[in-house]
Design a protein around this ligand. Sequence first.
Ligand code: BGC
Length: 913
Amino acid sequence: MPTDFAPTDLRCNYLISPLAIRAGSPSFSWTSAAPGALERQHSYQVLVASDEQWLTQDVGNAWDSGKREGEAGGDVLYEGHPIEPLGRYFWKVRIWADSGQPSAWSAPATFETGIGGSEAWTASWISWDEHAVAFEPASEEGPVDQVALGLAPAPYLRREFDVAGDLREARLYVTARGLYEAHLNGIRVGSAVLTPGWTDYAMRLQYQAFDVAAMLAPGTNAIGVLLGDGWYCGYFGSRPKRSGAHYGDHPELLAQLHLRYRNGSSEWVVTDKSWKANWGAILHADPLMGEYQYSGLHPTGWDTAPFDDRRWFRVVARAHDGTAIVADPGPPIRVNERLAPRALTAVGMGKVIVDFGQNLTGWLRITVDSKGGETIRVRHGEMLDPDGCLYVANLRSARQTDEFLTSGGTEVFEPHFTWHGFRYVEVDGYPGTLTPEKISAQVVHSELAATGTFECSDPVVNQLHSNIDWGLRGNFISVPTDCPQRDERLGWLGDAQIFARTAMYHRDVLAFFDKWLDDVMDAQLDSGAFTDMAPSLGVGWSGAPGWGDAGVIVPWTLYKMYGTLRPAARCYGAMSKWMDFISGGNRDHLRTQGLGNNYGDWLAPDGDQTPRELLATAYWAYDATLMSDMARALGRDEDALHYYALASSIAAAFVEAFVDDDGRVVSDSQTAYALALFMNLLPSDLYARATAHLVEAIRSRQWHLSTGFFGTGYLLPALSDNGYTDAAYRLLNQETFPSWRYPIRQGATTIWERWDGWTEARGFQSPHMNSFNHYALGSVGEWLFRYVAGIDQHPGGVGFERVLLRPHPGPSLSWARATFRSPRGPIMSSWSRDGDALLLDVSIPPNVTASVHLPSTDPTNARDDTGSQPVGVEEFCGDHGMREAIFEVGPGDYHLVGEYAVPGPTEPDEDGS
Ligand code: BGC
């Protein structure tokens, strides 16, 4: 066996070498080596040192875990000397294989503790004095634009400071009420955008830390910071700006620059009265409305020294009020990709429609050569009208319009503090000819490394996979939002929970959701009710089934997919309060009270087909099951038993109220069956009957979906789990609406909010709620990974320690291939049909055991390439004649072959097909 199995991908609090971490013991995780190098990690040793020298000598002066038995995956919690604020720590890890052989030490990684809590912020909040900075926007004739009255120029804040000698280290800690963009000596600090992200600013502010040593030099230096309104005081959510739903009325900055010199001394440069303020090129910048820049007003040199700021204004400074300030635990938002335009079409009157070929979130970067004084107006939209013009009705009050007023020569414009959901832009007033090289779309979202790939022989399904991923990318911006374009963009809990597992197959969203769970917990009401959105914007909507339940489902899904209990442990108190809230109002185990806005199976094509109490009760039982699971894992055995019993009682009440002796579920809706089957609410003898009724319910709709946000996520897994994969494929392959393929046939590049967002018969759905980038109905992605490709876990497994590799080939596919970078390393499943044979290639990483199920008409003939024979055979009910050969394997690459015939349809159509 090779010896190079040193751990890689070292993470502290799920992040790579963070410069600030949240309070409490840091956690460490890593991946063990390349596949093939190691069977299993038997034990590990972590060293943490306050100086790199110690680590070089293999000494952990802060913590030496010693050799500890323990498998890979999950977190190892720091248990060393108390760690100090402003500390920089170095750590490394080695592991031992089952054979006793040790690995080499990993390469060292670092983490820093950051500035500390709220009390460490001695700086003052600064903003400009609105009265002194009397900016008068040019007034135009005509009716007053009420929206414009709420827009204001972006403050530019600056000061100069001395660096008194040779720097050893320099860190900028910064946050804002609003958005900030920091510059040092003329250079932008870091590449994160829309910082500090969104939290409930009244309860919790988050700061970022930047290593800025290389940007400073002995002598006079300058710091300049731009502020934007952002989530804090911009137009946001569908409530009008001045209705009190927002946090404040102008942006403010709080920053501390820590300079550490080689001679051991250190000093702070902080926001205080000594700063100066002015306005500049950004005449307004608003999340929903857009940004307006006049480059002629740019105060050239404002962020460098020397600069004459004598005519700048004094700032208003006030001490920090004690609101919690924490290190940003999530990934930064960045421009992650740039797209070139696909097509430019002149539409008359000097306007050009640019098609980027992809619905996305971000903004435009545009290069202009001009004489000066020309205004370029850029409007953003997701669709075109039938006449080829930009369709903006579905944006509601969001304007998504950027304007750039030129000052002559070659200039490059892009906004700083706004973002738009769009595939098309309309460029109006571009001087000269707009050519493709002059523009690109900047794709903006929280930085989330791709973890999953999926491909199959059907290009439409591949497009579906791509649409799901782009929906994720367009909506994971500091919080998981419903949509990125209209005047909403909110962290709806229902959308997030139903999509969470799909998201975890696509991308590394652990730190992202971990941060958002703080928002969810912050928003919880005293009653214990989780809110419908987080941050809640103070709206107070709470308790809605399927929405509030996210407070339990998301921590559990993180545990299931990443094997980490940290989020569950942190949220446990809040989750228990939620469970008490539901139990308190619903003594008979049917959830009929405390349902808040009770949206039901949101946007199901036929409205309220599924009774809302049925859905509510199913989710309650599901919560109780997941709570029992988490309680057990956290060592809370009594709670585990309590929730287990509660889940059983709710399931019994569910069956009593909603299921007849023949397994028929009230309403006969697809969602009602999907909930009952997926959430295991039925007595064991009713699954087959209930599934047959479900299939009948689908067939009666000629194999069309009738599910809304929730039923859609559970339907195909419920069918496959109960032996009706062929029915699942028929739904997947449905071309006419409602189906996943219908929007793709219309050219969709993201998941639509509604099945009928646009139809041939009716054109656009009502503009009041018709987003073309809403990920919720993309929760079918989970089925593509878990069932089509077959990368799943044993029912009780977490963190992919016990993999269930069980592909479900469909009649319409000749091959499918998926990879998934699990917390234990990359897993691959690739199957193809070849005449009467099914070939399956799988790759299993170290520290993982896998049951590989090879569908086979004659399981006794199935082989893997080492000649080993199946250890078992599973008769798979439902799919005609389908059986599986089971192989138990450890880490490695395998090639399996078996006889295989495509199963016939479960139920023939009326016409016999
Ligand atoms: C949002 C949804 C959300 C819902 C609540 C809508 O306006 O766009 O995605 O979950 O409201 O029902």
